[in-house]
Design a protein around this ligand. Structure first.
Ligand code: IMP
Length: 175
């Protein structure tokens, strides 16, 4: 896209190594359990696909879809536009987010899933911007803490673009 500069922040290798470690941590916690891994669309799809391949226990996949962003700003209002396809009651659940920014989406989804009474709920986010949090937000597993800048790649977008970058980059305006 025009007038945008991409500055690489996290390389493919760094992502790969970290995702393998996160998968091993989830395996340690849930080994022998029948796990449901819930990905938050669209941004988590690439992280999700790599993470589930790094988890060594029986698992099934489900997805939720939310919207809260326009451009680079959170609207502050989280809406679910795709909900779970099967019950998670009594199940061991891993919620997989791409990034925690204000924390609103993660907190909203945690409450939403807890209302369905899983036996255990573990939350994982590839990225966390500690300086952007607008409310207290506890995430069990975080891939990388990053500065409060807008980032794209590895599933994350700016206006629908850049999801296909295999690494994470900061976006800035040239003008
Ligand atoms: P939060 O509710 O403000 O924590 O935002 C969570 C959602 O906003 C994420 O799942 C992303 O879809 C989107 N988001 C927040 N920050 C970024 C960013 O830097 N790049 C791309 N998407 C982002």
């Amino acid at each position: 896209m025009e007038n945008l500069r991409l500055s690489p922040l996290i390389s493919e290798d760094e992502i790969r190594n970290r995702v393998v470690k996160l998968g091993a941590t989830i395996t340690d916690k849930f080994k022998g359990k029948d796990v449901v891994v819930v990905g938050v669309l669209k941004g988590s799809f690439m992280f999700f696909a790599d993470l589930i391949r790094a988890i060594d226990t029986d698992l099934s996949c489900d997805f939720v879809g939310v919207s809260s962003y326009s451009g680079t700003q959170s609207s502050g209002e989280v809406k679910i536009n795709l909900d779970l396809s099967r019950s998670i009651k009594g199940r061991h659940v891993v919620l997989v987010e791409d990034i925690v920014d204000t924390g609103l989406t993660m907190n909203y989804l945690r409450r939403h899933l807890e209302n369905h009474k899983p036996q255990a709920l573990l939350t994982a986010s590839l990225l966390l911007k500690p300086d952007a949090l607008k409310e207290k937000c506890e995430v069990d597993l975080v891939g990388f803490k990053i500065p409060n800048d807008f980032v794209v790649g590895y599933g994350l977008d700016y206006q629908g673009y850049f999801r296909n970058l295999p690494y994470i980059a900061q976006v800035s305006n040239i003008n």
